[in-house]
Design a protein around this ligand. Structure first.
Ligand SMILES: [Zn+2]
Length: 476
């Protein structure tokens, strides 16, 4: 590009300086990758898998290797200088991360940054890159999966046992403290411990569980590993009698979902609603909730369906609180699957929006290819599933209408990917529009959320009363 000759004016001098700047950039073109800037680093710890995301303004060239004794994941990123953003990774590892003990970051070679993840257990790492989408620039992702996958059905049974075991131990603690105080008045923390052991021991053999009682702290710490052990006969019997409800809090991890006018994130509010609903439903005899996610991590849409099918769930309820392009849009909606197109343009719009979650959340394309068989199966959605889903949806919608406003008085239908389990009645509940300032405030209000949870639970219960599930032979 021809530039005018240098002019003695201020504007001309600025132009010349800009041209000079551009020249420097061109000269350093072969080293351009070295100039990659790290925008942010994030760690999403979860029992399913821990994800590490490194976001940058240019694609990163990285490789990884596993080292044993002790277990480490070593990642080399080529053409990168160590900077403060990358150093922040060290502080992002949580003490309760199931997989990562700590991270060390260093300039391994002049042009190579090395990350060493010291691991708590052996992992199956997956590395992939994501192109810019939504508010994200380039993302380099490491997903650390357990070597042995957690069996969700077995985890469901044992989670409950561990909880009651912890409750029993806590009760013993209180009893022990009391006895200690009666026997030895005055401050005697050590003696209360002795007294607790004395009262707990004789009662332990009378416990109905055939397995020896595990100490509460050990059970909690080894929860993921416990699922690897073979199921007992009594666990098998119990699981066959359960009614299992799959609750699916939308979004999570890298995918925040919709964000309200004052910053409330959909992924947080739907998780809070789902956890409260789990508590309510688990209190009902014979009913157990399986959560597709119970923390802040991303779960691909197909994986949510796969989890529900693995436990042979009797119902699937996806919970959302989305934004709409009109801020005045308001009210709750309930959706079922449609195989023929949407019942309204708004329903189609919502389904398209929800189905984009995998791009924002960041799905590993290699995994999707592995699951093409499942994908084909999921597309064979039966009309029976949709018929049952509409019944379930109507029960839930009726009760939600008593708590707040409804967007539409009937269950709508569209092609939501997450509702495609061919054999499980599945609905997606938009609890409110988080984009509506009034409804965002309601979603923040614990009292309103409690009423919402009450309505969802009542609708689900009513559905089971009218449509008792068929006996299932679940394979543990
Ligand atoms: Zn959503």
């Amino acid at each position: 590009m021809a530039r005018p000759p240098l002019q003695p004016t201020e504007a001309g001098r600025r132009r010349a300086l800009q041209a000079g700047g551009a020249l420097v950039l061109v000269l350093s073109a072969p080293q351009l990758a070295f100039g990659a800037a790290i925008v942010a680093v994030r760690v999403w710890p979860a029992r399913d898998y821990t994800r590490v995301t490194i976001e940058s303004d240019q694609p990163l060239n990285a490789s990884h290797q596993l080292v044993e004794g002790p277990d480490r994941l070593v990642v080399d990123i080529d053409g990168l200088g160590l900077d403060t953003a990358l150093r922040e990774l060290v502080g992002q590892v949580q003490p309760d991360d199931p997989y990562i003990e700590r991270v060390r970051v260093g300039q391994y070679q002049p042009r190579v940054v090395r990350l060493v993840f010291d691991l708590k257990q052996a992992v199956r790492p997956q590395q992939f890159a994501l192109a810019p989408v939504a508010n994200y620039q380039q993302r380099l992702v490491f997903d650390l999966y357990p070597v042995q996958e957690v069996d969700p059905l077995l985890a469901l049974v044992r989670e409950r046992e561990d909880a009651s075991q912890r409750a029993a131990t806590a009760a013993h603690d209180v009893l022990g403290e009391l006895i200690a105080r009666i026997e030895k008045p005055g401050p005697a923390a050590a003696s209360s411990r002795v007294a607790m052991g004395g009262t707990a021991a004789p009662e332990a053999p009378s416990a109905s569980s055939p397995a020896p009682a595990r100490p509460a702290s050990a059970a909690a710490a080894s929860a993921p590993a416990a699922s690897a052990a073979a199921p007992t006969a009594s666990e098998r019997r119990r699981v066959e009698r359960l009614i299992i409800v799959a609750l699916d809090p939308g979004h999570g991890g890298e995918d925040p979902g919709a964000i309200g006018p004052t910053g409330l994130r959909e992924k947080d509010v739907v998780l809070a609603v789902a956890l409260a609903l789990r508590e309510k439903l688990n209190a009902l005899p014979g009913m157990r909730v399986m959560m597709t996610r119970d923390g802040d991590f991303f779960v691909p849409l197909q994986e949510r369906v796969r989890k529900a099918r693995r436990v042979q769930a009797d119902l699937f309820v996806s919970i959302h609180a989305d934004a709409f392009f009109r801020p005045e849009a308001r009210g709750a909606s309930v959706f079922a699957l449609s195989t023929r197109g949407a019942t309204s343009t708004a329903a189609r719009w919502m389904a398209q929006r929800e189905n984009q979650a995998d791009q924002v959340g960041g799905v590993n394309i290699a995994n999707v290819r592995d699951r093409q068989v499942l994908g084909a199966l999921l597309d064979m959605s039966t009309t029976a599933q949709i018929k049952d889903s509409l019944k379930l949806g109507q029960e839930v919608l009726t009760r939600m209408g008593r708590v707040g406003r409804l967007h539409k008085p009937r269950v709508e239908q569209a092609g939501f990917a997450v509702l495609k389990a061919p054999d499980i009645p599945s609905i997606l509940v938009e609890t409110a529009f988080i984009s509506n300032p009034e409804e965002e405030a309601q979603l923040r209000d614990p009292a309103y959320r409690a009423r919402l949870v009450e309505a969802l639970a009542a609708g689900i219960q009513r559905y089971f009363e009218r449509n008792p599930p068929l006996a299932r032979t679940r394979q543990l």
